[in-house]
Structure formats: structure tokens, C-alpha cells
Design a protein around this ligand. Structure first.
Ligand code: FES
Length: 124
């Protein structure tokens, strides 16, 4: 079902775990499949994402999507990270089967949820 790129990322995921001293956390789930994804980040005072990691309780596409998405946001500003879409994640993965598109949406949603948490909790 999956292409080679997706299988490669799934077997060797990067950025797995939880960022130490994170100040952004987003947990999202998909009601239909029941999969859950959590992304933690450390965002510096300049609004740059210094580190990002994920924990995913889900399918291979969800693991590959979260690994890819976290890799795409490290070193980016919050504004840049918010512009990353699930379509870009899919392009990076060289495609996902139609019934697995929602797995990449989970990654986009988790990034947004984490940044939302940061914005609400940051000390001015
Ligand atoms: Fe639900 Fe992939 S099947 S995240």
C-alpha cells in the first residue's frame, strides 16, 4: 500500500520522543481510526522552533507524516511552521494512498495545536 519513501521513514523515524523543557505541546486525534499524535517543541524568544519531537500512536502513515513534519519545522519560525500543510508533507513523502491522507492532516493539526498552546501560555 505504501511507497518506498513512506516505508523508509516509517522504519527509521527521526525526531521521535519528547523535547526536554518543551514550551509547546499539541495532541490531536482522529475519531474514525482512533490514532493519536503528540508534538512537543521548544520555541525560543525570537519565535524560532529550536527542536521538535513527536509521539504517535497510529499507523505507518501517521508515523511517517509526523517524522517528516517535525523535520520540516525545526529551525523555522512559528509563522513559517504554520504555513506548512499536509500537502507539503505528502509531497515530501512522495505520496500517500487516498485513504491515508487524514494521517498527514493529523501532523498539520498537531503542529497548529502546539503553536496555539505556546501562544496562549507564553509569558510576555
Ligand atoms: Fe489514522 Fe493513519 S489510519 S492516522
Amino acid at each position: 500500500m505504501y511507497n518506498e519513501k513512506v516505508m523508509e521513514v516509517f522504519k527509521n523515524p527521526q525526531h521521535m520522543g519528547e523535547v526536554e523543557n518543551y514550551n509547546a505541546i499539541g495532541t490531536v486525534g482522529n475519531e474514525v481510526c482512533g490514532d493519536i499524535m503528540r508534538i512537543t517543541m521548544r520555541i525560543n524568544p525570537d519565535g524560532v522552533i529550536e527542536d521538535a519531537k513527536f509521539k504517535t500512536f497510529g499507523c505507518a502513515a501517521a508515523v511517517a507524516s509526523s517524522s517528516t513534519a517535525t523535520g520540516m519545522i525545526i529551525g523555522k519560525t512559528i509563522d513559517e511552521a504554520l504555513k506548512i500543510t499536509n500537502k507539503q508533507v505528502i509531497t515530501e513523502l512522495e505520496g500517500l494512498p487516498p485513504q491515508k491522507i487524514h494521517c498527514s492532516v493529523l501532523a498539520e493539526d498537531a503542529i497548529r495545536a502546539a503553536i496555539d498552546y505556546y501562544e496562549k501560555n507564553k509569558k510576555n
